[in-house]
Write a protein that binds this ligand. Sequence first.
Ligand SMILES: [Zn+2]
Ligand SMILES: [Zn+2]
Ligand SMILES: [Zn+2]
Length: 161
Amino acid sequence: MTKKTTTPIPCSQHDHKKCKKNALQRARQVCQKNKVRLTPIREKVLELIWQSHKPLGAYDILGMLSTEGQTAAPPTVYRALDFLLAQGLVHRIASQNAFIGCSLSSHPHVSQFLLCRDCGVAIEIEAPAITDAIAENAHQYGFSIDQNTIEISGLCQCCQQ
Ligand SMILES: [Zn+2]
Ligand SMILES: [Zn+2]
Ligand SMILES: [Zn+2]
């Protein structure tokens, strides 16, 4: 699958219900393909992460679960997050210690994130030229990369108006 899904600009008015529905549908397909189980708690955590295009911390997720009357212990939520990360359904935003739903197709990818410092929206982009340049430079130093997600801060289109 190399076809990219067209992502609406997350800060603009768009049919977010559709974003969420597509994401959950894709998650089911990915889990089926990988022969892993999207348990109710895993699905619920993914759904909460997809409630917006803003990264969500584990404690935000725990708080939301408890306001919905569901009690989940922190380790349960952490395990669900680990699972979603491993399946490539969410990404970790290191600078915020938070999670965002993957908005690119399910092919393996290294992405970059544009993070709005005003509204908090995160836009996932995929620029292989950046990833290749980093790999090349790291190679010159014999450096082995663990994690190469780049996070770029700035103002989104909506917050510039
Ligand atoms: Zn959306
Ligand atoms: Zn992604
Ligand atoms: Zn913004």
